[in-house]
Structures are given as C-alpha cells and as structure tokens.
Write a protein that binds this ligand. Structure first.
Ligand SMILES: Cc1ncc(COP(=O)(O)O)c(C=O)c1O
Length: 264
C-alpha cells in the first residue's frame, strides 16, 4: 500500500473475540463503508443492519438510544442534539397543516414557542389550558378533533404534577396521541402510563455535569416515523451520557427538595 493511502487505511486493531473492552469504545467516524455496493444498498433499504452516516446513527449513539428506551420501558429511541430539538422533531413529524394541538401554560417556554411560532406558521393550531384544568381538557377534546396533547410532569419552571393517567386516557378516548416531556421525572419513571411518545432533555440529569447537550424521543415504534433530520449530531451526548447515567437516580433524588421549594 502506498504511504499516502496507508494513513487513510491504518491497520485494523480490533480486540479479538473473547477480549472485549469493559467500557464500550467511542465511535468517532462519520462515515461507514461496506464490502460491496449491494451490501450498501441492502443496509440503506433497511434489509440488513448497519451504519452509514453519523447523523442517522452510529454504534455509540445507538447504545445510548437502546439504554434510554429500556429505562423508559419502550422499544425505540432517537437521540437528538438537544431536548428542544427532540420536542421540535416530534411535533414536526406528527403534525400537518390543519391539525390541532392541546398543550399547557405551565409547559417549558421554548416548547410553547415551537407550538405558537413554528408550528403556527405551518397552519398547526393550538389551545393552551392549565395542566390542572381536566374539565377544560375534556371539553376541548370533545369539541374539536385534536392530533395530540403535549404535557410535562413535573412542569418546568412552575412545578406542577399532571394527572398522567387521566390525560392519556382522555387523549386516547378522543383519538389524540399523548406526548409527554418526561425530563424532570427521569427515564425510569412513567413508563407504566399509556404515553405514546416520551421526549427528554439529556442536558440535565442524564449528564449532570453541565457540559453535554442532548435530547431523546422514545416510543414503541419510532424509526419509520422519524423525521429525515435523523439524530441531529448528538455525538457529544452519546459519548458522555452512558458514563454518567449510572448516577441519574441519585441526581434526581438530590434535586427533589429544591423542586419542592420552587413549587408554588
Ligand atoms: C422540561 C424541559 N424540557 C426540555 C428542555 C430543553 O432541553 P435542552 O436544554 O436540552 O434543549 C428543558 C430544559 O431546561 C426542560 O426543562
């Protein structure tokens, strides 16, 4: 091999079978190659597993996604560049012009902005209620077709706890999807409820060190409905979060008294 070629194709030093690293290696490569064009096409068609381009997925990101899906008690996860990116991708993927969204005044501000300003520009309509106004939720759902309800519990920054069981039941009774931002509660919570799509910011408890941004969309079946934007380049989150996930429950528990003090 010529030397200029060699530097692009260094010798393979993968560990032998039976001699695996204890901590999973971090995959930095943007592109993945295949032996043949047919193999490439099979993977791109979804007929064979594999990786092609980091924006869509890579083994490091995939490991994070599968961990988060299992913690949340769902089948699949799409890691994203931030929590707001997870919310935006989810709402963009699930709505079209003329749809109606039911959401809440206690919801995280940027989420309300996405609904008002971004989706509003594309003809997606919305109603805002208080998360405590279950009679209002029932009235709105009964009076107009609604594509989805989107809510948090606990809410941020005004800490209120939603009646998740009732909200999901009302949504489904009226043919709407239930989308829940579960950031404040954590991945290990709320999987028992009939939430269709969970979204999370990884920037908070999942990392816990203030130097990682990331987000996640978690659901029963996801990739076929996932928007073309793919995972949005969350390599940093994918690298950092699995190492920091083991202490997520301790971080959430330590934050709880502060959240209670902040509650109105
Ligand atoms: C409930 C909730 N959802 C979403 C986000 C946004 O996450 P990110 O900062 O990763 O975009 C936050 C951030 O504070 C949040 O508190």
């Amino acid at each position: 091999m010529k030397k200029p070629t060699l530097v692009n194709h260094p010798p393979d030093v993968a560990p032998p079978p039976g001699n695996q690293p204890v901590i999973a290696p971090i995959y930095q490569s943007v592109k993945y190659e295949f032996e043949t064009i047919d193999d490439t096409l099979r993977m791109l068609r979804g007929d064979a597993p594999g990786y092609f381009y980091m924006r869509a997925s890579n083994p490091t990101t995939r490991q994070l996604e599968l961990t988060l899906a299992q913690l949340q008690g769902r089948d699949d996860c799409l890691a994203t560049a931030s929590g707001v990116n997870a919310i935006a991708q989810t709402l963009l993927a699930l709505t079209k012009a003329g749809d109606h969204i039911l959401c809440f005044i206690e919801t995280y501000g940027p989420t309300r902005n996405i609904i008002r300003r971004l989706l509003g520009r594309f003809g997606v309509e919305h109603t805002f209620l208080s998360i405590e106004d279950l009679a209002g939720v029932e009235n709105v759902l009964a009076s107009r077709p609604t594509r989805l309800i989107v809510f948090e519990s606990p809410t941020n920054p005004v800490t209120k706890v939603a009646d998740i069981e009732r909200l999901t039941e009302l949504a489904h009774r009226h043919g709407a999807l239930a989308v829940m931002d579960n950031t404040f509660a954590g991945f290990h919570q709320h999987g028992e409820y009939d939430v269709d799509v969970f979204v999370h910011s990884l920037t908070k408890y999942a990392s816990g060190t203030g130097d990682v941004m990331g987000g996640a969309v978690i659901a029963r079946a996801l990739r076929s409905a996932a928007p073309a934007a793919g995972s949005g380049g969350c390599a940093a989150a994918a690298r950092a979060s699995p190492r920091r996930m083991p202490r997520i429950r301790a971080r959430i528990a330590r934050a709880a008294p502060h959240r209670r003090r902040a509650a109105p």
